[in-house]
Structures are given as structure tokens and as C-alpha cells.
Design a protein around this ligand. Structure first.
Ligand SMILES: [Zn+2]
Length: 201
């Protein structure tokens, strides 16, 4: 059974970190290989369906799938470390900064000003797309996050068994769960059960 990628982070870089899940003691790896990584890139809308296929099928000599996949896992590990640092009020280290700036330098993007749903936004389109540009767009998302977001609103799901991170954009900043479906309801049911047990004579 293929576990669907969770897109619960409210930020592409957090969704990327959340491709490694936990079920208590066991890790659940969703990036099982290069193809899974590309599928994530398309589902995250960081690469166009068509563009991804062209590069994957027609020009494999332009990149090495194993090397890109290895780089993806290494970047994800660094970002996971960063999310831990940020939630503890610490600053991510400079090796990650170097990695981010290398990706951004290797894969420049064309910026544009656009108006979407009544708000002004800066659009960004990569000059060249391909497997590694997915990582560059993750890097760009992380860079924008560091420059504009409030790290105090970075949270880990309140379930101890779950290691999904998200950026709390809820109105009163009271979001506790990765999702009601995954962990919220499970916690509610567990709470209900323990209350029932306690009320029994
Ligand atoms: Zn959760």
C-alpha cells in the first residue's frame, strides 16, 4: 500500500520534511527512491507534470538520479535538524545555509509580481526545471520562510507518536494536530476511552 504524501505543513519545505513519518518507534519513509521523490515534486507543484517527464525520460544524461536522490535525503535531514532548532529557539547552522545558497545559485528563478485572490504576491518561475530544481524550490521556500515567517508558530503535532511539523496559520494560533483525521480524532477517542475507564467503579 502506498502511503499518500501529507501536505499539512503550510510550507513546501515542511511538507518535504514530512515525507519521513513516524508511527511511534517506527519510521515510515515515503521517499523510497528517485521516482517517489519526483512524484512528491509534482504533487507539491514544484515541477510541472510535463517538464518533469521530459527531463526524466528524454535527457537522463543531464543528471544522475541516484546523486539527486542522495542530495534530496541529505537536504531533508538538514531541514529536519533546522526545524528542531527553530522550535527550540535556536538558529539553524551555516552548513544548511551554504546548501540552500548553493541550490539557489545553481537554479535561478525569474520573479514576477502578480495579484492572486486580492493580494499581491511575488511569483517565481525556475529558469531551468528538472529533478534538482525541485530541491532549489524547496530551498527558496525555506529562504522565504526564514526571512518572513514567525518561527514561534512552527509546531510539531501534539501527538507523541507523530512527527509531522506544520506552520500554524490558524486564526488564533491554536492548531495542535497535524490533522484531525490523523491525530486529532485519535487523541479524542483515546481521551474519551480513558475518561470512561476512570468513571467506571
Ligand atoms: Zn499528527
Amino acid at each position: 500500500m502506498t502511503v499518500p504524501f501529507p501536505f499539512l505543513g503550510n510550507a513546501a519545505w515542511l511538507d518535504f520534511v514530512n515525507t519521513e513519518l513516524s508511527n511511534g518507534d517506527d519510521k515510515i519513509e515515503l521517499l523510497t527512491g528517485f521516482d517517489a521523490f519526483m512524484r512528491w515534486g509534482r504533487e507539491a507543484k514544484l515541477i510541472d507534470r510535463g517538464e518533469g517527464h521530459v527531463l526524466e525520460n528524454a535527457a537522463p544524461e543531464r543528471f544522475h538520479p541516484d546523486a539527486v536522490f542522495e542530495e534530496a535525503l541529505a537536504l531533508r535531514a538538514e531541514l529536519r535538524k533546522a526545524v528542531g532548532d527553530l522550535t527550540n529557539g535556536q538558529t539553524p547552522g551555516s552548513p544548511l545555509l551554504d546548501q540552500i545558497n548553493k541550490l539557489l545559485g545553481d537554479h535561478p528563478a525569474v520573479l514576477s509580481l502578480k495579484r492572486t485572490e486580492g493580494t499581491w504576491q511575488i511569483g517565481s518561475k525556475p529558469v531551468v526545471t528538472g529533478p534538482r530544481s525541485v530541491l532549489a524550490r524547496v530551498a527558496e521556500d525555506f529562504a522565504r520562510f526564514m526571512a518572513t515567517a514567525d518561527p514561534m508558530l512552527l509546531r510539531r503535532c501534539a501527538s507523541e507518536r507523530c512527527q509531522i511539523y506544520f506552520y500554524d496559520t490558524s486564526k488564533n494560533h491554536t492548531r495542535r494536530w497535524c490533522s484531525m483525521e490523523f491525530c486529532g480524532n485519535r487523541a479524542k477517542v483515546a481521551g474519551h476511552r480513558s475518561r470512561l475507564q476512570r468513571s467506571r467503579p
